[in-house]
Design a protein around this ligand. Structure first.
Ligand code: UD1
Ligand code: CA
Length: 451
């Protein structure tokens, strides 16, 4: 078996994106376009990968542990490969896979197949082609009989050549010594004044070498050149992600309006309702009901959680919790099992023990709430004094009356009670009942007469 290395072309300016950001770093389903290509290469078992970048892109990705070579001036795909080869120690017997950073839909199996084709046919080059509906901007594959003769770019094509519907997908497996030789002979006398990698085909064929085509489904090899194609690719990727989870035991009511990202964990028999987006490495347990209209971002949910019309960001939710409609958890909200968070409740950087209920119109920020405490409608933790955030601590089994304002820092003891509208500015001992503004202890209930 020959050694395999890969070169990913990503130095092009991507001008048709009309963007301040390098094309291959545009997001599709929660990952950069380039991430998909690198992941598929890794899944194909190729570890030796170099990305050809421009200086801007390079500055943004080298910190991610990606091996790059900078192509300072973009003189064409052939030049990009030359720059990469110049940076790599020659391995004459190696097979070199060449792919583009702007083709995120290519599955690892296709990378594998084109390498296998090269190995099995002992060709100098195996290249992926695809039958495509016209018109298309892809380079045309010109054949004589079954043999591939050359590739002509659309801009250099005669009308007859432009009518050919077999396209160069832009995925190549080369024998390294043939590649090095052919790259050394490229010229730039074409419509774009560029060094075309595709001209290596004609060169190799003219030297009596075999170039083997591998025909693939054109939907797998769509390159992304503008934001319209970006949206189309997103749709395809999202369909794949939904399908993968449905096959693994998740019910997705409407894949068209369920927005997923790669590497999510979703448990068995969880049901996802429409208009739901789940991203940033969220994890969902089994038997949950998520949606409709939910956004989860870096959220972890236990089992049997119900959440609807709500947003959970950077937070941790235990099992049996119910959330929403119209709740917002963020900034490291941590909910233990069986908590209930209802309508118009915001929870930020707070820890709620099991069985806590906050059913309506409440803000809990920088709070710690003990087991089974009931937080009445309209309760606000006044956590900000104009300078800093302060902590509210509420014990177990407490009863916070409707419209209580808890002016932090403040501690309310176990089983304490605040009356409706209480403005609590001082700590309340365990079991005490307070009311008013500012809240004061209520008189103890008179003991029964004659006792
Ligand atoms: C290229 C092929 C075309 C094929 C198509 C498939 C050539 C000449 N043409 O055309 O036959 O049908 O891909 O998608 O190869 N790049 C560099 N440095 C450069 C120029 C480009 O790294 O100097 C990178 C780009 O970032 C991109 C890839 O190479 O990732 C392809 O370049 P692009 O300009 O998009 O080529 P196409 O016109 O699509
Ligand atoms: Ca392209």
């Amino acid at each position: 078996m020959s050694a395999v290395r890969a070169i990913v072309l990503a130095a092009g300016k991507g001008t048709r994106m009309k963007s301040g950001r390098p094309k291959v770093l545009h997001d599709i389903c929660g990952r950069a376009m380039l991430w998909y290509v690198l992941t598929a290469l890794r899944e194909a078992g190729i570890d030796d990968v170099v990305v050809v970048t421009n200086p801007e892109l390079d500055a943004r990705i080298t910190s991610d542990g990606i091996t790059t070579v900078v192509q300072a001036e973009q003189l064409g795909t052939g030049h990009a490969v030359k720059v990469a080869l110049d940076a790599l120690a020659p391995m004459p017997d190696a097979h070199v896979l060449i792919a583009s950073g702007d083709m995120p839909l290519v599955p690892s199996a296709l990378f594998r197949s084109v390498l296998d084709t090269l190995g099995q046919t002992r060709a100098a080059l195996a290249l992926v082609t695809a039958k495509m509906p016209l018109p298309s901007n892809f380079g045309r594959v010109l054949r004589r009989g079954d043999a591939v003769e050359r590739i002509v770019e659309l801009r250099d094509a005669t009308p007859e050549q432009a009518a050919v519907d077999e396209m160069n997908a832009g995925i190549y497996a080369f024998d390294e010594s043939h590649l090095r030789e052919a790259i050394g002979h490229l010229r730039s006398d074409n419509a774009q004044g560029e060094y075309y990698l595709t001209d290596t085909v004609e060169y190799l064929v003219s030297r009596g070498n075999r170039v083997t085509p591998l025909i693939a489904d054109h939907r797998l090899v769509l390159g992304i050149n503008d934001r319209v194609e970006l949206a189309q690719a997103r749709k395809v990727l999202n369909e794949r992600l939904c399908e993968q989870h449905m096959r693994a035991g998740v019910t997705i009511i409407d894949p068209d309006t369920t927005y997923l990202e790669p590497e999510l964990v979703i448990g068995l028999d969880t049901v996802i309702h429409p208009n739901t987006s789940i991203g940033r490495h969220s994890k969902i347990g089994a038997d949950c009901v998520v949606g409709p209209n939910v956004r989860l971002s870096n959220a972890t949910l236990g089992d049997t959680v119900t959440i609807r019309e709500s947003v959970v960001v950077d937070s941790l939710v235990g099992s049996g919790v119910s959330i929403g409609p119209f709740a917002h958890l963020r900034g490291n909200a941590v909910l233990a099992d069986d908590v209930h968070i209802g309508n118009f409740v915001e929870v930020k950087k707070s820890k709620l023990a099991s069985g806590v209920k906050a059913g309506h119109l409440t803000y809990l920020g920088d709070a710690i709430v003990g087991e089974d405490t009931n937080v009445g409608a309209g309760t606000i933790t006044c956590n900000y004094d104009g300078e800093k955030k302060n902590v509210t601590i509420i014990g177990r089994g407490a009863f916070i009356g409707s419209n209580s304002s808890l002016v932090a820092p403040v501690t309310i003891g176990d089983r304490a009670l605040t009356g409706a509208g209480a403005v609590v500015t001082k700590d309340v001992p365990a079991g005490e009942r307070v009311a008013g503004n500012p809240a004061r202890p209520l008189p103890k209930k008179p003991s029964a007469k004659g006792s």
